[in-house]
Design a protein around this ligand. Structure first.
Ligand SMILES: [Cu+2]
Length: 125
């Protein structure tokens, strides 16, 4: 990872100003692929994705003390709000995340405050 970043930096440094645009065209797809890979690699079992007005997974079972990360993949804002007010995110724009650590066992029904028909639950054991 670091090696690739260094190579990109060297490649940039060697470019004359006239070649900057060509360099950007070449580096763009590489950086894009890199970011896409990073996004995929960053996903884990304790992540809830918001996609197309749906929380996925709709039900997630975790152990006490687990931190769950919610990620908005839609291009409109969503929020993550616990029915019993244990947590409430700010409006999440595209690719924004909200994390909450579940310190107590129980079932947490939650919804999107902007689109209340979006519901899901976290079961903490
Ligand atoms: Cu929403």
């Amino acid at each position: 990872m670091q090696v690739l970043m260094n190579q990109l930096r060297l490649a940039k440094a060697r470019l004359s100003p006239g070649r900057a645009i060509v360099g950007a065209l070449l580096i763009g797809p590489v950086a894009g692929a890199f970011l896409a890979y990073g996004a995929v690699a960053a996903q884990d079992a304790n992540e809830v994705r918001i996609d197309n007005f749906v929380f996925n997974p709709a039900e997630l079972t975790i152990a006490v003390g687990t931190t769950v990360k919610f990620v908005n993949h839609d291009d409109i804002p969503h929020t993550v709000v616990d029915k019993n007010k244990a947590f409430r995110s700010k409006a999440l724009d595209t690719d924004d995340t909200f994390s909450f650590t579940f310190a107590n066992a129980g079932t947490y029904d939650y919804f999107c405050g902007l689109h209340p028909h979006m519901t899901a639950k976290i079961v903490v054991k």
